[in-house]
Design a protein around this ligand. Sequence first.
Ligand SMILES: CC(C)(COP(=O)(O)OP(=O)(O)OC[C@H]1O[C@@H](n2cnc3c(N)ncnc32)[C@H](O)[C@@H]1OP(=O)(O)O)[C@@H](O)C(=O)NCCC(=O)NCCS
Length: 180
Amino acid sequence: MSGSPSHTVLSYRPLADADIATICGFARNAEELYFLFPRAVWPLTPDQVRATLSIRRDPTVVTLTEEGRERVVGYANYATFEEERTASIGNVSVDPALRRRGIADYLVRTMIDRAFDHHRLPELTLYCFSTNTPALLLYAKLGMVPIALETRVTPWGDPIALFKLRMDRVGWRSAAPVAA
Ligand SMILES: CC(C)(COP(=O)(O)OP(=O)(O)OC[C@H]1O[C@@H](n2cnc3c(N)ncnc32)[C@H](O)[C@@H]1OP(=O)(O)O)[C@@H](O)C(=O)NCCC(=O)NCCS
């Protein structure tokens, strides 16, 4: 349950109720919240997160441990889950103070490995808005491929394109490099 991008130690574990206030601070603004949790209302509150937990699967946090102190730095779950068929990774988010350090890479690899190795799913999907370049580049790097394009309207009234991305277990096993 651990990895070590740079010189820090990352681990993952199931979300605990005490983590929820922290993950509510991961979206820096209404646009980021829309990207990671389109149905949420800005600002994100613990009650909005708790309300989703009964319908989401495997809520998972990434923690960073420095000098023996654990800090929650990333969050994701499966927004949808169909046994033996498919799941969709959702709520991918990282502490804004710690971005560009490989935390999302570690987090999403963790969710992918769990889907394919623990749940033995044949495929995974993920939805990402077309204007979310950091996330699209992250998913491209991990080998996710766009398979559909849908239209949405943002809460502030702009049309926006939503990509559906996909990867399968065979492709992940044969192409993905080993996590750091
Ligand atoms: C998208 C997000 C999760 C990335 O988290 P992160 O921990 O900073 O990402 P990582 O450091 O693991 O980056 C992994 C790869 O993603 C891409 N990437 C991440 N942030 C990027 C940025 N700001 N610009 C360009 N590429 C970026 C790069 O390919 C990067 O690999 P590299 O560092 O070798 O270039 C983070 O910016 C976030 O929480 N955004 C708000 C919520 C959101 O949009 N979630 C995704 C919903 S689909």
